[in-house]
Write a protein that binds this ligand. Structure first.
Ligand code: NAG
Ligand code: NAG
Ligand code: NAG
Length: 184
């Protein structure tokens, strides 16, 4: 039970958009020769997994900056769709194993455990496809996915390519919901 609570806390630490599923996590491969330096800077959220409740934010972006201790400071910002209130969340990202640099860890609240942030595919200059899955005792799992881009939109061909990569790992792309980046 304690384990389950930790797992759930980790899910909430990562995102409010996790999706629950049956069985364990799918086997995925992540970006080869990941270069963190090239990954830093600003990314706009183009798609993310649906939340269980109404998605209420638009113009979501993330800014990644290297800290002196080698961790990354992430500044996530968005704007409320209903009343235009801006929101900011500051998080911490790090790479636990430098030989597997595309498997990052992230958390937003200082008391929360870290959750997975795996870069499945990025070209650094246009898109990144991020996936996180945590197995719950091998009988269930929760997962989330993000597609971020250097601009507020991506060409359909790029989206199709990233959806195909996701489907190739047997991850259900119907969870992806487009993020409103209009009138930002
Ligand atoms: C990572 O990218 C930076 C910036 O382009 C480059 O200077 C550096 O050599 C790259 N690192 C590796 C290990 O390729
Ligand atoms: C986060 O980013 C936003 C948008 O760039 C900026 O206005 C805000 O000052 C940043 N917040 C922090 C705490 O760095
Ligand atoms: C990013 O997209 C542009 C426009 O399609 C393309 O010219 C460029 O080569 C892409 N960058 C990388 C690193 O693939």
């Amino acid at each position: 039970m304690v384990y389950l609570l930790c797992v759930l806390a980790a899910a909430l630490a990562v995102s409010n958009a996790q999706v629950f599923g049956g069985l364990g996590c799918p086997t995925v491969t992540t970006q080869k020769n990941f270069n963190l330096t090239r990954y830093l800077g600003t990314w706009y959220e183009v798609y993310k997994f649906k939340a269980n409740f109404e998605n209420n934010e638009k113009c979501i972006q993330a800014n990644y900056q290297l800290k002196p201790d080698g961790h990354i400071r992430v500044n996530n910002t968005g704007v409320s769709i209903t009343d235009s209130t801006p929101s900011t969340a500051i998080g911490d990202i790090y790479i636990p194993d430098m030989t597997d640099g595309s498997k990052l860890k992230v958390k937003f609240a200082s008391a929360a455990p870290y959750g997975n942030y795996w870069v499945l595919s990025t070209d650094y200059e246009n898109y990144t496809l991020i996936y996180s899955c945590t197995s719950i005792l091998g009988i269930s799992h929760f997962e989330f996915g993000w597609i971020l881009a250097r601009q507020r939109t991506l060409p359909d061909a790029t989206i199709n390519k990233l959806f195909a990569i996701t489907q190739g790992f047997k991850i259900d792309t119907s969870h992806f919901m487009k993020t409103d980046q209009s009138n930002c």
